[in-house]
Design a protein. Structure first.
Length: 406
């Protein structure tokens, strides 16, 4: 869901080489997220890029001087800040952070930052690694953290010059910045909730290198975890083997087997408000597991199998106050099979989808699902992205607003 639509954002640009990355960030915030952007540039920022580039993407005049002879009133820097929803500084140099931390207001951007409520301010530092690690800079950064400003930590990687090499100080990625701002603009409908989400496949090894598994990628579970965190929940994601990037706003636990997933769940399940069991837990495993790689010649014609632990069944017996949400992938008799699963495992909701439908189930970025509650009522959520469906699943379970946009 896009929560930034219509939000008033001030984008402050200070003088760092990373400013070139911010042009596309601005374009995405305006074109893709329909946010209302006002750009403010320092004199040093204009040495790297001209205001015209940012005026083109924002559709507004870039503010550069605190004293300008135009039709705007002299208090415009106060009025603009007070009406803004978010104040982002990217790149945030050591200079502008030092000014903020020490209450210095000697240009338009630093003056506007001094007017802003700290809780509305988001800083994306970018600088030389030695500058970033300097204890005086870290002291300034900590002052702003304690004051309530939000810091989007810089990345570690290749820096601007060959002399700098590799280290911390790169401007945080565009996607991360947008995710942080979008989350900041979201209603915190799930604040105070402790939510567990499982995702991905599990693997059941029969020797050091071979295993039984399934095609799950973890996309649906990751989308649910991210959505719940955006809505203010304290989220733990327990995920099987997956190549996908994990959410930055969740506590992430990686596991391999069904038993490892159950062990991780057992430690925290009693203290959660809800569990979304989106993982595709492999339900069979070899009877015997070898600690070495079995030679091909000795494999034989068959591998004796046995069931893995039934995680939902175990937790269904154990649950007290928790809301337990299961997931069901079926090929036929979807509703009836899912109803039986719900009753057997003491579920409150079950999310159903059909494996044979195009653009649904394993590996897809989209899905087409139905949600059944304990009373047997079924709600269809029409085909859409898994990210959008995640918010609507949460809306159904927790009775909060859905995203009805086409």
């Amino acid at each position: 869901m896009i929560f930034l639509e219509g939000k008033k954002i001030i984008l402050g640009l200070s003088g760092g080489i990373a400013i070139y990355k911010v042009a596309n960030l601005l374009r995405r915030l305006t074109a893709d997220y329909n946010a209302d952007l006002q750009v403010v540039m320092t004199q040093h920022a204009q040495e790297f890029m001209t205001p015209l580039i940012f005026e083109t993407f924002s559709g507004k005049r870039v503010l550069t001087e605190i004293f300008e002879s135009d039709h705007l009133v002299a208090t415009r820097h106060i009025d603009i800040v007070q009406s803004a929803d978010i104040f982002l500084v990217a790149p945030a140099t050591a200079n502008i952070i030092g000014k903020m931390a020490n209450g210095i207001a000697d240009d338009l951007l630093s003056t506007m930052l001094l007017v802003a409520e700290p809780k509305k301010v988001w800083l994306a530092p970018a600088m030389n690694k030695n500058m970033y690690l300097n204890p005086f800079f870290q002291k300034n950064l900590n002052i702003l953290k304690v004051s309530g400003c939000h810091i989007i930590e810089p990345e570690t990687g290749e820096l601007a010059t060959r002399q700098e090499g590799w280290g911390i100080g790169r401007l945080p990625g565009e996607a991360l910045i947008i995710d942080k701002l979008n989350a900041a603009a979201a209603p915190k409908d799930l604040a105070g909730k402790k939510i567990i989400v499982t995702a991905g496949p599990t693997r059941e090894y029969f020797d050091k290198v071979r295993f039984i598994s399934n095609p799950s990628t973890g996309k649906m579970g990751i989308a649910l975890a991210e959505a719940a965190a955006i809505l203010g929940a304290d989220v733990t994601l327990i995920i099987g083997p997956s190549h996908l990037d994990l959410p930055h706003n969740c506590h992430n636990i990686r596991v391999q087997s069904a038993q490892e997933m159950l062990n991780a769940l057992t430690e925290i399940f009693d203290h959660c408000d809800a569990l979304f069991m989106a993982a595709a837990v492999e339900d069979i495993q070899p009877q015997n597991q070898s600690g070495i790689k079995i030679k091909k010649e000795t494999l034989g014609d068959s591998i004796p199998l046995k069931p893995t632990v039934d995680i939902l069944n175990e937790l269904g017996k154990r649950k007290s106050k928790q809301t337990l949400v299961g997931f069901s992938v079926e090929l036929m008799n979807m509703t009836e099979n899912s109803r039986k699963k719900m009753e057997k495992k003491n579920l409150d909701y079950i999310v159903m989808n059909n494996l044979e439908e195009d653009g649904a189930a394993f590996g897809s970025d989209t899905n087409h699902i139905w949600i059944m509650n304990r009373q047997g009522d079924v709600e269809e959520l029409k085909p859409d992205s898994k990210k959008k469906l995640a918010f609507n699943i949460l809306a159904t379970v927790f009775n909060c607003a859905k995203d009805e946009q086409a």
